[in-house]
Design a protein around this ligand. Structure first.
Ligand code: DLL
Length: 436
């Protein structure tokens, strides 16, 4: 189902015209109301009359640091009294990044989330269990508002409390489950341990996002739940979830809501714009946001853009699955690798459980990597328990090492650890642990 056919299937020329007008309005709005943008645009020598889609590269970038430097409300373009809601990103390093929405921004958010849910296969009248965190995180309330707006019945469980999630899934039988892919894996596995069958819940779609995941993880989740697993992308600084989503028909790239968010791909080091199809860092400009307009926001997320129309009928540009974050790339003995590439390789090793953790030790001159994985539970049952000295464990470890060498040219230390020793995630999974 296409929620907003007029916009989502618009000819690209019409979309470009709409974007041009909105880009000019956004730059003028930000310049007039946010001292930071007033100064940045002046320093870049940009006049309102220069603003054009073909001259985007002349506009200054906005960085996460800029939001932090103006903590909490310094980049807001409206008086605090006109802000209807505030969210914040988790802020693992220091203070959180605070974002604000006017009533109209919330209306736009509901609209783009309704489009996203419809694209993923949801239909009015169905039931959806929302197991993203409610609160300052944009996941819970972002899905909630969009789902109510499109006519779904919402079960607002929030994240965590796996046993309660399972109880409600079994008793309510929702068509949709919305949570991070790592939490979906944990819920499904826990349900199985209770003797249940996740497939018997009858989910029609999994609405998964908020963290990097791979096609290999998708295959695991689809086998576990017996339904399509759909990728949702977004970030607080730009709006939250609802920036881009796969369609149920093709699941070949995430449709980006280009009438509200203008995407570019730049070289992560030089910042130079990249041609369509080339991989690089995603940069987004908000086109309609009132409370917190962002101009050329450096997301840090690595992807590429495909402008060709999709077979689902939507004409909006498609973004490839996020490969990782520019600042998450590991450089181990001269090999550059994203955690998602390790995930994709590890999940090809048949006798492993789909859980892993990457331990990076930066205390020596050159960082070293240790990969922690668990054997599949089936195997441990056959062995009659987990005993680290078993020859099968050494053999499994050798297979993992071969796989990582063959796929990625890496020779990390491999540790096969006992089942359930790798922490399970109820929100965004922590895949990389650094020692400094
Ligand atoms: O994670 C918004 C969201 C909530 C998206 C629920 C999807 C579903 P933040 O907490 O600000 O917002 O984190 C944003 O998470 O820059 C990416 O690095 C990562 N991320 C989000 N979605 C995906 C995805 C929400 N589908 C940051 N694939 C982003 C890979 C993702 N990474």
């Amino acid at each position: 189902m296409i929620w907003n056919r007029d916009v989502e299937t618009a000819p690209r020329g019409a979309l470009r015209e709409l974007q041009t007008g909105r880009l000019r309005a956004t730059v003028a709005w930000a310049r007039a109301r946010v001292p930071f943008y007033h100064d940045a645009l002046a320093a870049a020598g940009v006049k309102d009359a220069d603003v054009d889609l073909d001259r985007l590269a002349e506009l200054p970038f906005t960085l996460k640091e800029h939001l932090r430097e103006h903590y909490p409300f310094g980049l807001f373009a409206v008086p605090r009294e006109e802000v209807a809601r505030i969210h914040a990103s988790s802020g693992t390093k220091g203070k959180p990044t605070v974002v604000g929405y006017t009533r109209n921004d919330l209306r736009v958010w509901r609209e783009v989330m309704a489009r996203a849910l419809a694209a993923a296969g949801a239909e009015p009248g169905q039931l959806v269990q929302i197991a993203y965190g409610y609160g300052l995180f944009t996941g819970g309330l972002g899905f909630h508002d969009g789902a109510e707006h499109m006519g779904l019945t919402v079960v607002p469980v929030s994240s965590g409390n796996t046993l309660r999630q399972i109880l409600l899934l079994r008793d309510f039988r929702p068509q949709g489950l919305a949570c991070t892919p790592s939490f979906a894996l944990h819920i499904g596995e826990s349900l199985r341990e209770q003797g249940g069958d996740p497939r018997a819940i009858g989910l029609r779609y999994g609405l998964f996002g908020a963290e990097p995941w791979t096609e290999a993880m998708r295959a695991q989740l689809e086998a576990l739940w017996g339904c399509p697993a759909v990728d949702f992308y977004g970030l607080s600084e730009v709006i939250g979830p609802g920036v881009a989503t796969e369609c149920a028909e093709a699941r070949d790239g995430l449709h980006l809501n280009e009438d509200h968010f203008l995407p570019e791909i730049v070289d992560p080091v030089s910042g130079a714009p990249q041609p369509p199809g080339r991989e690089g860092e995603l940069v987004l400009t908000s086109l309609t946001k009132e409370a917190l307009p962002v101009i050329r926001y450096r997301t840090g997320d690595v992807t590429s853009l495909e402008p060709e129309p999709c077979r689902c009928g939507r004409t909006t540009v498609r973004m490839a699955r996020i490969k990782g974050r520019t600042d998450d790339m590991l450089i181990i003995k001269g090999v550059n690798v994203y955690p998602s590439q390790l995930e994709a390789a590890l999940l090809t090793v048949e006798d492993l459980a789909p859980h892993y953790q990457l331990l990076v030790d930066r205390r020596a001159a050159f960082p070293t990597l240790a990969v922690h994985v668990e054997p599949a539970e089936r195997l441990v049952r056959e062995w009659g328990g987990f005993e680290g000295t078993r020859p099968e464990i050494a053999a499994l470890s050798a297979r993992v090492a071969d796989c990582l060498r063959g796929h990625l040219g890496l020779n990390p230390e491999i540790a096969i650890v006992a089942p359930k020793t790798i922490p399970r995630s109820e929100g965004k999974a922590v895949r990389v642990v650094e020692r400094r």
